[in-house]
Ligand binder design. Structure first.
Ligand SMILES: [Zn+2]
Length: 340
């Protein structure tokens, strides 16, 4: 029980209790044969006691403050180190991302380089395809026909005989495309043209119907071999031994097979696109009307029937009913086969 803390103890009681505890005291000190007496009064004892208590309280307070402060500083240190660690993480993450970006930039550079290489290759192919297109157009021109008209006529022909594959042209939809894609589209267009031209050329009668032959009479105006009058010869005459095999000069359908007046035994083949070939003065006919024939199909044997002065083949090429010079087709064919 403390003096100040009790409200039940009277002021006089407290003084009495203090008087009991802090009585006047003497301290005797003997040194060098002499005795010294020191008096410790109550007030001095009380003051000393209060000083000791105050010093203890201060020490306790300061210690607790120290520990509180220390704990606070430690916590702050932890916070700082955590923040520093987080910052280091962010830095290393940024560095890693930067490396990824650098790698991507390298990839883009390589892709761009590859695209340029690809474009170069595609351009070379396009130029080559364009040269082929020009070559094929020249072949058709040699026959006297217009390449574009022939391609259009063949494309409009019966699909059962196999038309060219004509996909929608990539250049028709020239939206957001890379330069390489545009070059590829251009190349595809050339390939489409080439396919159409090759298909059209495959319909042309570019060969001679006989394996061994000699031309005895050309196309155009000539003196008639029987009445000796000037006349128009609508085909060419080819001489060869009797019964020599006669071949179809292009694929098509037989539209006539049999006797045909002055032509004698006669065969007509429709190749589509307005193209027909006609064979006169035949010996034996080996095909029937309506029959499909392939290129080099044996259609007849050489003969001497009709208005003929000897064994020969009268051979015609007609375009939309109009006679054309078969030699022009044969010469164009020689150009084609020479190049292959
Ligand atoms: Zn003739």
């Amino acid at each position: 029980m403390t003096c100040s803390g009790s409200v039940t103890v009277s002021r006089g009681g407290c003084r009495k209790w203090l008087g009991g505890v802090f009585r006047d005291r003497q301290i005797l000190v003997r040194t060098a044969g002499r005795i010294y007496a020191f008096r410790l009064g109550r007030k001095l004892q009380l003051a000393l006691c209060c000083s000791v208590v105050a010093a203890g309280a201060w020490t306790a307070f300061a210690s607790s403050e120290y520990f509180v402060q220390k704990r606070s500083l430690t916590a702050r240190d932890h916070q700082v180190s955590r923040a520093r660690a987080a910052y280091d993480d962010v830095l290393s993450d940024l560095a890693a991302r930067q490396r990824e970006v650098d790698a991507l930039a390298g990839d883009v550079a390589r892709l761009t380089e590859m695209q340029e290489t690809g474009r170069g290759a595609v351009r070379i192919l396009s130029e080559r395809a364009a040269r082929f297109v020009a070559d094929w157009e020249q072949v058709i021109a040699r026959t006297g026909l217009d390449a574009r008209e022939l391609v259009a006529a063949v494309a409009d022909g019966p699909k059962a005989s196999g038309g060219p594959f004509l996909p929608a042209r990539a250049s028709d939809d020239d939206g957001e495309r890379t330069p390489l894609e545009r070059d590829l589209a251009h190349f595809e267009d050339r390939l489409d043209e080439l396919a159409s031209l090759r298909h059209a050329i495959s319909r042309l009668p570019l060969t001679v119907p006989l394996d061994a032959y000699a031309v005895s009479s050309g196309f155009g105006r000539r003196r008639d071999p029987i009445n000796k009058k000037l006349a128009r010869h609508e085909g060419i005459d080819l001489i060869a031994p009797l019964k020599s095999p006669i071949h179809a000069t292009a694929p098509g359908v037989v539209t006539f097979a049999g006797k045909n007046g002055k032509y004698g035994n006669f065969v007509e083949i429709d190749h589509g696109a307005g193209l027909k070939t006609r064979f006169g003065h035949l010996g034996k006919v080996l095909v029937k009307k309506g029959q499909k024939v392939e290129f080099r199909h044996k259609i007849a044997l050489l003969g001497n029937t009709g208005r003929s002065t000897g064994a020969h083949l009268h051979y015609e090429v007609r375009v939309n009913g109009k006679p054309r010079n078969p030699m022009k087709f044969i010469e164009a064919g020689r150009y084609v086969f020479q190049k292959q």
